[in-house]
Design a protein around this ligand. Sequence first.
Ligand code: PHE
Length: 446
Amino acid sequence: MEQTPKRSSFSGKLGFVLAAAGSAVGLGNIWRFPYLAAKYGGGIFLLCYLILAVTFGFALMVAEIAIGRKTRQSAIKAYGVLDKRFRFLGPLCSVVPIIITPYYCVIGGWVLKYLSVYVTGNGAAVSDGNFFTKFISSSSPMVWFIIFVVITVVIVMTGVEKGIEKVSKFMMPLLVLLSLGIAIYCLTLPGAMDGVIYYLKPDFSKFSITTVLAAMGQLFYSMSLAMGIMITYGSYMKKDTSLSSAVHQIEIFDTGIAFLAGLMIIPAVFSFTGGADINAGPGLMFMTLPKVFGSITITNIIGTLFFLLVFFAALTSSISLTETVVSIICDKTGMKRISGCIITAVILLALGTLSALGYGVLSQIQIIGMAFLDFFDFVSNSVLMPIVAFITCILVGYVIKPKVIIDEAEESGPFKGKKLFVIVIKYVAPICIIAILISSILNSLH
Ligand code: PHE
């Protein structure tokens, strides 16, 4: 990284794309995308997701990165610099990572638990169908969650992210290769083709507004949008790095890994349970994949390797999420970094405990019919992020005007997709987001 007197920056396009992709690719792609695709009708969800990715995802990511690069501020101040009346958007989008990070670390803990089981050679135990349910209804997720938080916070505190980044540069390609291998293997399982058809062929009778809302929430989550993160990344981007082509590359990378994860998990669900587990929700990856490994003699090796790679993908994302929370707290209170880290750890542990025990001792407590983890996930992805995205569209489309963003993007070369950008930001995105939000609220009231 090159240091400038005021603000450090990424060395070039590759550096920027890799860093942004490192934040984007995480549990969202490998754990969250497949279970949502399975739950919301397979092909139809995939289709909605892809359409949203090339329209909404593209426009919003360009807008956020350009806002960051133009203002050279992180989200909490950037909106206010563009227009004083939109200052409130900074604190609003800062709430999102504060809600997401704790439960992200809970899932990270589940990954660690599985890793430990495989490393110790007990892989066979996991392929038993009830392992996951027994695990999350016990208090053991709490222990693994705490370990995951400690690892993340210590890395953020001591600033060894650079080392982690280096490691993940070869871990990521390895994850892609292994996923590819597992996906190909899954496709050869008996009955897998039903899953492939379910995943790839849109069934329009399964279309509903909830599918679109779920796909939209997933898009924001997976691409780290609507929570100010890409603004911060943009503020470190150099003026001569091509913005629109960087966004294209990040999107292809992120969507490609999610697609592959679906191909790995959904056919396996059909092969092993004839599709019965399709609505399993957050537990899907943990229940299905071990069965795949279970039928391979080298279960423990593959299991260890796979969960190690997922752990790394989760860790790079949790570091970037935690870093965001720390900087929000430090920026707001003027606190020293070390105190910021400690406060963040306390928040993570307090909120995460609810999610970690939410399927166990706290399972009696449900908020609007959901366990804590599902509730936090719903509030951030299906409520707050769409609201932040909507207000960002209004700010860019009508207050500062799209031209400001286009000019910023064009400083670094041609802006491919300029017309699409204007139409999406001004009309398509705001209208769709509002329509989807209102109908989902009406739905949940019924
Ligand atoms: N995009 C990450 C994922 O898919 C989650 C994340 C969001 C990470 C925001 C960092 C910042 O897992």
